[in-house]
Write a protein that binds this ligand. Structure first.
Ligand code: ZN
Length: 152
């Protein structure tokens, strides 16, 4: 199913899904959010330690397909030290990228490995699910996020 992804991107995604970074609960988290993608069965909890508007630490737990797990792993690696505003701006860029396949912004960095996901519409929700959850977490929203309620 990954035939159209470049080998490099595929390797990065497989590496992160096999050895996810920040894959642990943070006991001192002051923000948590759950995300669920019923179409694929992906479900994750994001834990964040926020100091004002800044993410000091972030981790996640849960299970799902390779794309959702790699997305959560790279997301947590990318978002440490970012502000709430920066998180939302990156969400918009990632959302744009996984739905159009266009990488317009150098800031996207290693998140660019998900650009190929747009060729697999059913997988877009997998890639974006952890992003919905992290936005809910930084906004302090309590109710679980499901990709059924979000317009992708
Ligand atoms: Zn999935």
């Amino acid at each position: 199913m990954f035939d159209d992804l470049t080998d490099l991107y595929q390797q990065v995604i497989l590496d992160h899904s096999k050895s996810p970074r920040n894959f642990h609960k943070l006991e001192n988290a002051n923000r948590t959010a759950q995300g669920h993608n019923p179409l694929c069965g992906d479900h994750y909890t994001i834990y964040a330690v926020m100091d004002g508007d800044v993410i000091k630490d972030i981790g996640f737990q849960g299970a799902g397909c390779a794309i959702s797990k790699a997305s959560a792993s790279i997301l947590t690696d990318t978002l440490k030290g970012k502000t709430k505003t920066e998180v939302k701006a990156l969400f918009d860029k990632v959302h744009d990228m996984v739905t159009t396949g266009k990488v317009n912004d150098g800031e996207i960095g290693k998140l660019a490995v998900f650009a190929g996901v747009h060729k697999f519409p059913a997988r877009v929700k997998c890639a974006i699910l952890p992003w919905h959850a992290v936005v809910a977490a930084v906004e302090g929203r309590q109710e679980p996020v499901t990709t059924e309620k979000e317009d992708t």
